[in-house]
Structure formats: structure tokens, C-alpha cells
Design a protein around this ligand. Structure first.
Ligand code: ZN
Ligand code: ZN
Length: 221
């Protein structure tokens, strides 16, 4: 096996079948699985969409946006820190930047933002992404989750969020459960995942997979 071709997670990674349960969603095992054919080229449109949104959060304009905390439109520019304009709200008096209050607010992507946004559509493990970005695997998981929450905020239809593959987990829906996944919360966007992987195609009765949404992923942390 070449070091450039990491092994894809196989169904053997699933371990034993999940125990029968009254609450199917909680009893499921979160897994990594090759849910789609390898997409070596990645999703350039998604990377471009993320980079454009990322740049909007980092524009040098000193025109104050609305306060993300109280919604007041009476903020003023106070200072620049590391090239990022900082504002002060006249209502709640809190300082903020355009990143404040977004899922990306506390992330320190730095100069890795572009490389990371290019990786989010790849069907690779978080460990492999961590190796390529020279950061910790846990950081990749965190960035991926926050990016998915951000995508849902930018595009509530969820169309862009569904294009993220990095760090996305799938739950096995136990046999006999309704095909429609049970919404765990009003924010839940979990959906039955269509899967065309070879491993599943070879199985007599392949497990039904649910793509775990970022809202549920957040609760599992
Ligand atoms: Zn305010
Ligand atoms: Zn969910």
C-alpha cells in the first residue's frame, strides 16, 4: 500500500451490530465509512464558496456591521488587530469583529484556511487530513464540525453542508426501523445517506446509513 493511498475505512470498522434499542438513534454506532466513490479532485465549487465567505469575514472595511450580540446597528470601528477591524457596540458596549458569533469565531485557521477548505470535500480520514495540514486530528474534527455549522448558517437549505465529507460520520439505522430517520432535535438535519460504495453493494442486506448532521455531532461531543 502506497503511503499516498491510505486504506479506505471498511465495513469491518463497524464492529459488531448495534444492540437492539428502544431509542434507535442513540443506540447507533457512529462510524467512518466510504460513503461515495473517491473524489480525488475534490469539490472546487465548495472550496471557492467557503473561501469567498471566509474573505467576507476578514474584509478590511471599517464600516461597522450589526452587533452580533444585541443586534444594535450603532457600532463603531475601534481598532484593528492583526489586520482585522474591531468594532465597539454602542448598545451593549461589547467589542466584536465580523467573526464574532459565527461558528468560525474561535477557530485559528490562520494560513491553513484555504488548504483546509480544499480538503473538506475529500473522502479521507481526519488523521490523513491532519497529516497533510500539519495539525492535530482533533483540530481537523473541530474545524470540520464548525465549518458544517457555518455552512448551515450561510445556506439553511443544507445543500452546501451536504457536500462536506471530511469528518462526517454515519450512523447505522438498526434493522426494522422506519426509513425516515428520527429527528433528534428541531435543528437536526440528519438524513438517510445514499451510499454507492462497493462494500455495501456486495452485501445481501446492507445497513441503512444516516448522515449525522452537525447539530447532532455537536451534542455527541
Ligand atoms: Zn451590542
Ligand atoms: Zn441530526
Amino acid at each position: 500500500m502506497s503511503r499516498f493511498a491510505p486504506p479506505r475505512p471498511s465495513l469491518a470498522d463497524l464492529g459488531s451490530a448495534p444492540p437492539p434499542a428502544r431509542e434507535p438513534r442513540r443506540a447507533t454506532t457512529l462510524i467512518h465509512i466510504g460513503a461515495r466513490a473517491a473524489n480525488a479532485a475534490g469539490d472546487e465549487a465548495l472550496a471557492d464558496y467557503l473561501m469567498a465567505a471566509w474573505r467576507r469575514l476578514h474584509v478590511a472595511s471599517r464600516r461597522a456591521p450589526r452587533c452580533p450580540r444585541c443586534g444594535a446597528g450603532a457600532a463603531f470601528h475601534s481598532t484593528d488587530e492583526g489586520g482585522l477591524p474591531q468594532f465597539q457596540c454602542s448598545g451593549c458596549r461589547q467589542p466584536f469583529t465580523r467573526l464574532t458569533g459565527t461558528p468560525m469565531g474561535r477557530l485559528r485557521l490562520g494560513d491553513k484556511a484555504e488548504a483546509f477548505f480544499h480538503l473538506v470535500s475529500h473522502q479521507i480520514t481526519t488523521a490523513e487530513a491532519a497529516r497533510r495540514l500539519l495539525i492535530k486530528s482533533e483540530t481537523v474534527k473541530h474545524w470540520s464540525l464548525q465549518t458544517r455549522l457555518w455552512l448551515l448558517a450561510l445556506d439553511p437549505t443544507g445543500a452546501w453542508e451536504r457536500r462536506v465529507l471530511l469528518g462526517v460520520r454515519y450512523a447505522v439505522l438498526p434493522e426494522g426501523d422506519p426509513v425516515k430517520p428520527l429527528a433528534a432535535s428541531p435543528a437536526c438535519r440528519c438524513a438517510v445517506a445514499s451510499d454507492d460504495s462497493d462494500a455495501l453493494a456486495e452485501m445481501e442486506s446492507p445497513p441503512l446509513l444516516v448522515r449525522v448532521c452537525p447539530a447532532c455531532e455537536l451534542k455527541a461531543h
